[in-house]
Design a protein around this ligand. Structure first.
Ligand SMILES: *Cc1c(COP(=O)(O)O)cnc(C)c1O
Length: 427
């Protein structure tokens, strides 16, 4: 056995999260694609069967009350909250990430008093006087005139960019796509909202959420963070860092299942002024009043729209049980150890010059994935999958490996790198 394989065994023996793997349905495959679709938690099939057979099949409509269906979006939001550093009452689950990016970004422009904010510009000025006791770190200055730009990460996941472009057009803003490094330099008294990714989906680069949020606030603008590739993999600290609005998906590191609903975070002191561009009967103050005039509910559930997708939502709720007794700090420590070890094994096993990491070496800038640039990445990933190592290929030349600390072990990491080295040497 090689020195690296022996070290892997020792690291696995000392791993305080090793037993969590037993909470998932897994096999001999080395699964390094949990940043695309998390593995199935073992408790989910039984729970979903109960939801379908008993709650739907037997209780039928009574389940909206008796099985807690109606309140599931807020209840499950409160389960996600500690994982992203949020106090209860600020997260609502539902709809896709794409839809929540839209709600958050248009809502952000309205909070900032953007051009077509209309009466909301006045209400910002009016209500901010009344809520002057709000926290200083997270306060939104919200000038009532001249904020007509949305800044977006130019390298973002496509859907975020498409929606930002449409949100800009709808709100009468100009879109400024820039790299995250350029963001502080383009902020001005014209900036209404800034949409950023906590971790880049392609390179795995972790951006500096505290300092970028502070820069956005210093310019008087509203910060919207997309947590798709960080929630469940590392501490986010939404409340601590005064983030205004955030969105994220639940089928990556939160293991909620294919198409599991996403979530929207609206900081508590902004909820009164959050004016959703998708007001639906589920976010009405009195949903069963069936009134023709819309009146938003109080709190985070203002982010709801229509009837929640209960089957997916309750599968997600069951999936979140795997976090019982698991701290996100322990997850982060193991994540860094896994990615460090993978990089070390790749350096040892891959022929020199065949792959190059595009993921930052510095821990402070690394998410929970490693992206390797490789000329024939598409072919290489196909062969890896044939040999039981599953990552994914991102056009045109990136091999992407996600490390979910809840179920990936060090011996698997060593095996993945060894198989990769063999494929690269043969090709
Ligand atoms: C995964 C991901 C999405 C997915 O959006 P859906 O609406 O769930 O398809 C959006 N944005 C980012 C940054 C992502 O990583």
């Amino acid at each position: 056995m090689s020195e690296l394989a022996l070290r892997a065994q020792k690291l696995d023996a000392d791993d305080e999260l090793a037993e969590v793997r037993g909470r998932f349905v897994l096999d001999e495959v080395v699964y390094l694609d949990g940043n695309s679709l998390g593995a199935l938690p073992a408790a989910v099939p039984g729970r979903v069967a109960d939801v379908v057979r008993r709650q739907w099949g037997e209780l039928r409509i009574r389940s909206w009350d008796e099985s807690g269906w109606w309140t599931a979006p807020e209840r499950i939001g409160d389960r996600i909250a500690p994982l992203v550093g949020a106090a209860a009452g600020q997260i609502v689950v539902g709809d896709s990430t794409s839809v929540n990016v839209f709600k958050a970004l248009v809502g952000a422009v309205r909070l900032a008093g953007g051009p077509s904010g209309g009466s909301s510009a006045d209400s910002v000025a009016g209500s901010s006087a009344g809520s002057a006791a709000g926290s200083v770190v997270g306060s939104v200055v919200g000038s009532s005139a001249g904020r007509d730009e949305i800044v977006v990460d130019a390298t973002t996941f496509p859907t975020d960019g498409y929606i930002a472009e449409s949100a800009a057009r709808m709100t009468g803003c100009t879109l400024r796509p820039v790299t995250p490094d350029e963001v502080p330099g383009v902020l001005s008294e014209r900036t209404a909202a800034v949409l950023l990714n906590h971790v880049d989906y392609r390179t795995g680069r972790l951006h500096d959420l505290p300092s970028l949020t502070a820069a956005v606030h210093a310019a008087g603008a509203v910060a919207v963070w997309d947590l798709c590739h960080s929630a469940g993999a590392l501490p986010v600290g939404l409340d601590e860092h005064g983030v205004d609005l955030a969105v994220g998906c639940t089928y990556k590191y939160l293991n909620g299942g294919p198409g599991a609903p996403a979530y929207l975070y609206v900081r508590s002191d902004l909820q009164d002024r959050f004016d959703s561009p998708l007001p639906g009967w589920n976010s009405h103050a009195e949903p069963f009043g069936m009134r023709s005039a819309y009146e938003p509910a109080a709190g985070a559930l203002r982010g709801r729209v229509g009837t929640p997708d209960i089957l997916s939502m309750l599968a997600l709720e069951a999936a979140l049980d795997v976090w019982d007794g698991v701290s996100i700090e322990a997850v982060r420590a193991k994540s860094l150890a896994l990615t460090d070890f993978f990089l070390e094994c790749v350096a040892a096993y891959a022929p020199a010059g065949r792959v190059e990491s595009v993921t930052p070496a510095a821990h402070a800038e690394r998410g929970s994935q490693v992206a390797l640039r490789c000329d024939d990445a598409g072919d290489v990933m196909k062969r890896l999958i044939e040999r039981g190592v599953v990552g994914d290929f991102r056009h045109p030349d990136v091999l992407r490996f996600g490390f979910t600390p809840l179920y990936v072990g060090f011996s698997e990491v060593e095996r993945a790198a060894r198989v990769l080295g063999e494929i690269l040497a043969a090709g």
